[in-house]
Design a binder for this molecule. Structure first.
Ligand code: NAP
Length: 320
């Protein structure tokens, strides 16, 4: 089968299309003939080795979420799964392929009316958005700032905060055109990447959901209201400065807090329940999936180039 691997870490030119044997599902796993494959910001982080090699070697098969039909089941998995249309999380590897394997716990049946392309635009990132707002203790009426809102996680955070009756939903983005699209999803204020550019926006927020990280984290920690919560869910721009926590502690009389959220610590059953609910909402049109572009699997490098050039709004999807 066709697969896309990292031949060399760094630029998108280091991706290569190769032939690999079709995998057999292990006990407790299913095999899925992919009809859509999500291209996530985390794939770009791994490829660029922004945070080091993370233990991955050359030959690493990229990708972590697919949608398609179950073509084989491993020992211990009910044969009734065969032929079902599903979304599946494959871990931090094994997604950019024609036939993927996934643990049955990480597989969700797709509702009628939801395409594979829509499913992989939402399946991984919508759940991050849900648990980010939950972990931040977001409550109706509170003001929210989403940093890095134009990616697949951000577009869901914006929608969930808006329909959760946020007092304001501010976003950071790099262009006015993206700002218009984010307003269509529920943003009330559009800021530039430094947090300026809208004099009507609140100067501070109850909740900051940060997908970007990097050197500017202190700038946005400074934008917390008393009792405000800053939740880091992504590190697109790398780690914050080593001393980023010092002003936070020095301002302890404001009772602000900094926390991280990784889906790795959310129980699988809780993730799957939220994911199924979000798929049903998307099928009904109550939650929007944002697909930037659909490309053939063997053009994965083009998808990564688009991410590197900052052109992606929402998610790029590959099809075999
Ligand atoms: N917590 C978890 O469990 C979990 C799960 C999955 C992924 N992640 C993490 O989430 C991140 C990827 O999320 P994603 O796919 O939604 O993001 P993404 O699509 O890679 O990027 C989101 C947006 O961030 C903005 N951005 C890019 N570079 C920036 C910079 N230097 N400073 C400020 N903004 C910048 C860009 O929008 P503009 O150009 O409009 O500013 C971009 O569209 C990764 O770090 C990944 O590891 C976390």
């Amino acid at each position: 089968m066709k697969a896309v691997v990292i031949k060399e870490f760094g630029t998108s030119d280091g991706l290569e299309v190769v032939d690999l044997p079709v995998p057999d599902p292990e006990p407790g796993q299913v095999r899925v003939a992919t009809e859509a494959i999500g291209v996530g910001g985390v794939d770009a982080l791994i490829r660029r080795a922004t945070l080091g090699d993370m233990g991955f070697q050359a030959g690493h098969v990229l990708g972590s979420e697919v949608a398609g039909r179950v073509t084989a089941v491993g020992d211990g998995v009910d044969a009734s799964w065969l032929g079902r249309r599903v979304w599946a999380f494959t871990g931090l590897t094994g997604g950019y392929v024609e036939q993927a394997v996934a643990d049955i716990d990480e597989v969700v049946v797709l509702p009628d009316g939801l395409s594979g392309v829509e499913a992989v635009a939402l399946g991984g990132s919508g759940v991050v958005a849900h648990f980010a707002l939950e972990r931040a203790g977001f409550a109706p009426g509170e003001t929210v700032l989403v940093r890095g809102a134009a990616g697949s996680i951000g577009v869901s955070v914006v929608q969930l905060a808006a329909r959760g009756s946020a007092g304001a939903v501010a976003v950071t983005t790099s262009s006015a055109e993206r700002g218009v699209r984010l307003r269509e999803l529920g943003a009330t204020h559009v800021l530039d990447r430094e947090g300026g550019g809208d004099s009507d926006a609140p100067s501070s927020f109850d909740v900051v959901i940060d997908i970007a990280g990097g050197a500017q984290v202190p700038l946005f920690l400074d934008k917390l209201n008393p009792n405000g919560r800053f939740l880091a869910v992504g590190l697109i721009a790398g780690l914050p400065p080593n001393d980023f926590g010092v002003p936070l502690i020095a301002a302890f009389r404001s009772s602000v807090s900094f926390a991280t959220l990784s889906l790795d610590t959310v129980p699988v059953a809780a993730k799957q329940a939220v994911r199924s609910a979000q798929f049903a909402e998307a099928a009904r049109g109550d939650l929007r999936t944002v697909v930037h572009e659909v490309l053939p699997l063997d053009q994965a490098a083009r998808a990564h180039r688009a991410m590197d050039e900052g052109r992606v709004f929402g998610r790029v999807v590959l099809v075999p």
